[in-house]
Design a protein around this ligand. Structure first.
Ligand code: BG6
Length: 467
């Protein structure tokens, strides 16, 4: 075996420990992401996955459970399923039971001994947030997250949203994480930041010079972020009823999207600089008073929601919201920032629309709005389009609206796309924190939404509308 010094950080053998291996997130996202990385040879050559869960499984039962998911999901290149699954092992245990972690530590130590190297270790908490505290405490007290030496092997902890259920619980979680781990060990996932189109926002904004001079309140009339889904709560009624749309997608995905549109150019492409710019944009959001919440927000619930499995018959949980926010950044003062999201929507779409002010120089009249609009589409299309006016051919000076556009799927082949979780996992292995959320961002997000949720539920303003 070659000496550890010859390994670059990325080539070092890596062990993934996945808490909640039999859960939804592994089934829907993580397994496919790992498999795609494996197929593309983007995983370290030597890797293992230890699945940690309460179920009465063993290695072979885990493998057959995962193989079923791969078959049902029609993962590509079936001849590679077995070699991939060979790397999977099972650890049975309760998240709060220290002895299970002692067993895990021994097992991982054994692998290190066998491979005669201090492996990298990545602990993925694909579990409900109520288990976070037990898991991170046990990881820490068993010494599992301490690298065996400063020179070789890293250990990283990955957490999924939601980070807390309100401002205080987010602060508490952050405090606990900060006591147990160094910031560079913590990866907080907001999978929206891993989407190809979202990753493009910074490139689009900061490498196209024509945008710079007009990216401010003198030219921009409003920015709208929409996340409208046709799906209902599906099987997640019990979870959703405690959360509601604003906490589910507003506090995280939508505010992150808005931040990317508001933020100033980072000093460099360094992860810290980018996160700091995003964070300042989020800090700039004006906290609303109850009076403002009553006027500037709307909340709704789709008809039939209270009959969903797991939902209380008198539930007041919102499945739709619209918020008119504002920022105190000098460049955006007074510009309405609209956030709108809902389940059970007839016209689903995920997009950010930047509307520009009508210019005094507009000489030609047009029936309807003359405003130029920049549409940043994330779903169902992945494209950027710009609405503009042009002369219709003919004798008269008739003006018509047209679109300049760039469509990702017309421009690139499907194989070139990297799935959100695939890209994020790759970055975690690489040690790039750019696309992960900092604690400052999370705290600012909660500071902004908490007063809104309070007014909705304590003062019942505005009324919950049924749609
Ligand atoms: C999740 C929410 O975080 O994001 C879901 O919990 C929502 O309710 C989903 O449907 C949307 O993500 P995507 O990637 O499907 O657009």
């Amino acid at each position: 075996m070659s000496s550890p010094i010859e390994h670059t950080k990325f080539e070092l053998p890596t062990i993934f420990v996945i808490f909640g291996i039999t859960g939804d997130l592994v089934k829907k996202k993580i397994l496919k992401a790992l498999y795609d990385l494996y197929i593309k040879k983007h995983l370290p050559e030597k890797f293992r996955v230890y699945g940690f869960s309460r179920r009465d499984y063993d290695d072979s039962k885990l493998k057959s459970y995962l193989r079923d998911i791969m078959i049902k999901g029609a993962f590509g290149e079936p001849d590679k399923y077995d070699s991939f699954l060979n790397a999977f092992f099972y650890v049975k245990g309760d998240f709060f039971e220290k002895s299970a972690y002692d067993h895990l530590a021994k097992t991982l130590g054994h692998v290190d001994g066998q491979w005669r190297i201090c492996t990298n270790k990545l602990f993925y908490l694909a579990v409900p947030p109520s288990s976070y505290s037990d898991i991170i405490t046990n990881l820490s007290v068993t010494g599992l997250t301490i690298p065996c030496s400063p020179e070789e092997g890293w250990t990283r902890v990955i957490l999924e949203k939601p980070f807390g259920t309100d401002l205080q619980t987010a602060i508490d979680l952050d405090k606990q994480l900060g006591e147990l781990f160094k910031e560079e060990q913590i990866y907080r996932v907001d999978h929206y930041l891993g989407k190809e189109t979202v990753k493009n926002i910074l490139v689009f904004r900061f490498s196209n010079s024509f945008l710079n001079p007009i990216w401010n309140k003198d030219y921009i009339e409003k920015i709208e972020v929409r996340l409208l889904e046709d799906i209902k709560v599906e099987t997640r009624g019990a979870f959703y009823d405690k959360v509601g749309t604003l906490r589910d997608v507003g506090q995280n995905h939508m505010l992150q999207l808005l931040a990317l549109f508001l933020m100033k150019a980072p000093k460099s492409l360094d992860a810290q600089d980018i996160k700091s710019s995003r964070s300042k944009a989020l800090q700039s959001l004006q906290i609303m008073t109850p009076e403002e919440v009553a006027i500037k927000t709307k909340r709704g619930q789709y008809k039939g929601y209270t009959s969903e499995k797991g939902v209380g018959p008198k539930s007041q949980t919102e499945t739709y919201f619209r918020i008119e926010a504002s920022s105190n950044l000098p460049e955006f003062r007074g510009v309405p920032l609209i956030l709108e999201s809902g389940k059970a929507q007839s016209e689903p779409c995920i997009e950010v629309v930047v509307s520009f002010k009508e210019s005094d120089l507009c000489l030609y009249s047009f029936p309807g709005t003359q405003r130029n609009k920049l549409h940043y589409h994330l779903k169902p299309d992945e494209k950027i389009s710009m609405r503009f006016l042009a002369k219709k051919p003919g004798f008269a000076n008739e003006v018509e609206q047209h679109e300049l556009g760039f469509d990702y799927h017309e421009a690139y082949d499907a194989e070139e796309f990297v799935d959100d979780y695939e890209g994020l996992l790759y970055d975690i292995i690489k040690g790039d924190q750019t696309l992960f959320v900092s604690t400052e961002e999370i705290i600012s997000e909660w500071k902004f939404i908490e007063p809104i949720i309070k007014t909705w539920h304590e003062e019942k303003k505005p009324e919950l509308e049924i749609y």
